[in-house]
Each structure stands twice: as C-alpha cells, then as structure tokens.
Design a binder for this molecule. Structure first.
Ligand SMILES: [Zn+2]
Length: 265
C-alpha cells in the first residue's frame, strides 16, 4: 500500500514540477502564471496535451519543439524530476501527516527560488513575502510552533542583514541582496530559529565551496554576484527534510565546543 501511495505522490510531484517550470519562466518576466496555456517560447505555438506530459514529452521530443525544432531547455525535465523526488521524499520522511502538505509547499517554493536566482539573480517578492506569512500561520498548528517561527523569521531576516550592512560599510559593496534576507525570513518562519541558523551556515559553506570554485574556473571577477538564494534553497531543503540528524549534530558540536572551552563537562 505504501508503494502505491508513494508512486502516486511522486506522479503528483512530476505534474506540480511542470507547473513550477511555468512559474520559473514567467515570474521573472512579470507574466501571469495562469494565462495563457503552455506554449513554445520560440514559435509561440500552444502545446498539445501529449507535449505537456512531465519528463516523458521532453524525452520523446528529444528536447526540441515539434514544429520549430528549437531546443527545449534540459531544465524542464530536471525540475520535474527533482520536484517528484522531493514529493516522494516528504512522504517517506513525514508520512501522511499534516506536516506533509506544509513541507511540500515549502519545497516547491525553494525549487522555484533556486532556479530563478540561479538564472536571473533575483528572488521574487511574489514567493518570499507570502511565504513568510504562510510559514508563520502554519506554525500555529504545526512544528516548530509560532514562537520559534517568529524568532526564526526575525533572526533569519535581520541577522544576515546586519552582517551585510557591516560588510557594505567596511568593504563598500554589497555581499547579499534584499531578496536573500526575505528568503531567509521565510525559511525561519517555516522551520524555526535553530534550523534557519543551520541553513545560513550550510548556505555560506556551499557558497564558498561551489560559488568560489565556479568563479575560479570561469576566471571572473570575484565581485560577480554569487546567486546566494540558490545555496539557501539547497541548505533549507536539507534542513526541512533531515531536521533530526542535523539538529543532533548541531547540538553535539555546541556541546563539544563548550567542553573544549571548559564551560561544560
Ligand atoms: Zn516552437
């Protein structure tokens, strides 16, 4: 029975991933996500139903539009597959609980922010601002509870803002954008203050390793803006799905530090 439900949830994820692709393409272009129906972005021909099947259509069409033959980005099937896996993962981690739809909604927002920041270096308010409100509202009924959510929202939004302000004063350029703070506030509202802290640490580590590596390879100026929201999305998803192990490691690291400093046994 669990396998059937899992397969069903995975398929729902593929279909939702297809909609997330529409959001990823249209939100940065200020187009409506509801209208018009899916169409080829080169020749504008509306797609038939069989060209709209997640992953399968892209493979059958070999990544090209049926009429104008222009390439369809490999991003489309990848986003669909990732969303399907995230849906299935949420079912495996949370089971059929109220937390399942909440964490799935959060995961969808992270996928959209991940892709838009990577391509356009922006994090649309259309996602982050309602995200802050929805995360805080859900926390009244679900973990982490509204107190942790409120502290997470404020810490997530404010603390990095202060660091970035200091960086701006000292170095005279921006380290992070306003979108990053709003996204971190959203993560804090959904996951609570301990996890938004871990998210920030993980995102910085990813940013240094991957972002730094990419900059060295492409030999671009270090001032080229690293899409920090992309790393926040990956870190926040890890925190949302592996909350238990991550919090355990975090607590152990703090205890080890305290005992090293002679503050605790
Ligand atoms: Zn076309």
């Amino acid at each position: 029975m669990g396998v059937v439900i899992g397969a069903f949830i995975f398929c729902i994820g593929l279909i939702v991933g297809s909609f997330l692709n529409v959001c990823i393409y249209r939100l940065p272009r200020d187009e409506s996500v509801a209208w018009p129906a899916s169409h080829c972005t080169t020749c504008n021909r509306p797609l038939d139903w069989y060209e709209n099947i997640p992953v399968a259509s892209w493979m059958v069409l070999r990544g090209r539009c049926r009429t104008c033959r222009s390439p369809i980005a490999v991003r489309y099937p990848i986003i669909e597959l990732v969303t399907g896996v995230l849906f299935l993962g949420a079912y495996l981690v949370f089971g059929l609980t109220l937390l399942l739809p909440e964490r799935i909604l959060f995961a969808c927002a992270m996928v959209v922010l991940f892709a838009i920041d990577l391509e356009h270096q922006i994090l649309p308010n259309e996602i982050t601002l309602p995200g802050i409100a929805i995360g805080f509202l859900c926390a009244h009924f679900l973990p982490p509870g509204w107190e942790s959510s409120l502290v997470g929202l404020l810490v997530g939004g404010l603390f990095p803002f202060l660091i970035a302000e200091a960086y701006l004063r000292i170095r005279g350029r921006e380290g992070m954008g306003m979108g990053d703070f709003k996204m971190l506030a959203m993560v804090g509202a959904f996951l609570g203050w301990p996890l938004v802290g871990i998210t920030l640490i993980l995102a910085c580590a990813l940013g240094v390793v991957i972002g730094g590596g990419a900059l060295v390879i492409s030999r671009r100026d270090m001032a080229t803006r690293i899409p920090f929201g992309t790393f926040i999305a990956v870190a926040a998803l890890a925190c949302a799905y592996f909350e238990g192990p991550l919090l355990g490691t975090y607590a152990r690291a703090i205890r080890a530090y305290l005992s090293m400093a002679g503050l605790a046994s």
